[in-house]
Each structure stands twice: as structure tokens, then as C-alpha cells.
Design a protein around this ligand. Sequence first.
Ligand code: SF4
Length: 296
Amino acid sequence: MEYIEAKRVLAVGESEWFGCDYNANLYRGCSHGCIYCDSRSDCYAIKRFDTVRAKRNVLAILEEELCKKRKKGIVGLGAMSDSYNPCEKEAELTRGALKLFDKYGFGVSLETKSDLILRDTDILLSIASHSPVNIKFSVTTPYDDLAKKLEPKACSVKRRFAALEELSRAGIFTGVLMTPVLPFLEDDSASVLSIADKAAEAGCKFVYFGYAFGVTLRDSQRVHFLDKAEKLFPGTKQKYCDAYGNDYMCVSPNNEALVAAITDKCRKLGLKYTMQDIVAENKRPYEVQQISLFDF
Ligand code: SF4
């Protein structure tokens, strides 16, 4: 594995994103090959994005930073690079970071497409005994053959749901991140509703689809996506150009109907689907704990 130098690991989080007080990226780049990946955008300046590199001494830096934080909170992992990329099997940086969160009393909110996370169920449970843990699997289609084209090196959808089921059964708070949903390729109601059904069957607490069904595209990410999509599904590039031009937000033409269908489905299945409700549900057991501590 290649290494890059890093001075800092922990950054202030965007609390509106799953209640994250802090963010950390232990790796740079991702080898899962999702054709729509936003981390390819120019603003992130990640060269050779498909090659995973680790930050040198990342755990020592992280420990020093966690020690100094007076405010405990939830650390978001995996926003820019899957924390369970194939290098993690040997490098164990994500496992090491989870151990540090456990040691210093922090929670974790993590998104992945890999069932390698099951290896770390023991530490996730230990963290959950004192702080919120929220494990999200990214699922954009319920169909393995389509996922193989759009996310060629990620775990199959079947394995993602099997992992979700195992984590849920162990008592971990889990959910599905249904973003992006690619217009003209994934935005039919049968597909979207099937993901919600599978999430409920796997014991998930939520499905999050954002504010609208669609995808964001910009600069080099757009070029990469349209090039790959056109090769896989001829005619797609023209459809996107006609519908969106150079727009950043590419909202599905079916958005309104999809939002109505999925919200109805989630209500019936007892799944949360708004960020506010998901965060509140995730944090609730810990707030009760705090109140009872004050009570006695
Ligand atoms: S798993 Fe996430 S970070 Fe990795 S390529 Fe896919 S979308 Fe990008």
C-alpha cells in the first residue's frame, strides 16, 4: 500500500449529515470503482483516485487529536473513501480508529459498501455501549447485475444486505443510504421500493434518499460518469445532456412520484427517512441515559 503524509486527520463535521460532530478520512482514494463517485470532482484534487493510499501515522495523529478534544461526539468515517477498501483487511486503520473512538468515548457514523465491516462488530458493539453508532450501507439499486456495472469492485448488493442483517441482529443501528439514484438507469419505483423492502427485512432503522432522487455531477466527475455510462448504456450521455446540460443537480424526472412512493412505503415499514428523525432515533438511547444519570 502507498502512503501519503498527513498533519491532521480529524476535522469539524457537518452535524446536519447524520449528526457528525467530526469527520475523519484515514485513506485517500477508493478502489470500488463507482462510476458516479463525487470524490472524483476537481475540488478534492485527488489524483489517481482509484489507487488507495493510507495516511502515514494516521492512528497516532488521530489519538493525539481525540485526546485534546474537550467535546465528545460522533465521528463520521468514509465520506470520501470507503473505510473498508481492500487495503483495510491488512492495514486495519479503520479498526484501529474504532478502537480509539471506543477508548476515548466517541461515537461513529460510517458508510460503506463492504461486508469487511463485520470483522469489527465487536468494537462497534463496545462503542454502542456508551455512544451512538450508525452504520449505513450505500445501495443505489437492488439488482446485482446493474450494481456490477455501476459499482464494479464493491460487494454485491446481496452481500451488503446480508451484512446489514448481521449487524442489525447484533444490535447495531443500521440503515441504507440510497444516494445517488441515477436518472434513466435506477429511478424506477419498483427498484426504489425494493431497496426499502430489503432494508426493512434486514432490520434496518432507516432509508435515506436525501431531498430528491437524482445525482450531482460536476467537472471531471461528470466527464468520467458520462463516459462510463455511455459505454455501458449507449444513449445515456445524450439523455443527460438534453435533460441537464451542465447542471450540478440532476434530479430524476420521476422525482415527485418516487418521493411519494418511498415515503408511503417507509411509513408502512416503520423506517425513518428524514435526517432529523434518523439522528434523533440514533441518539435517543444515549440521551435517556444522561437524563437518568441526572435523576439519581
Ligand atoms: S465506494 Fe464510495 S468513495 Fe468508493 S468509489 Fe464508490 S462512491 Fe466513491
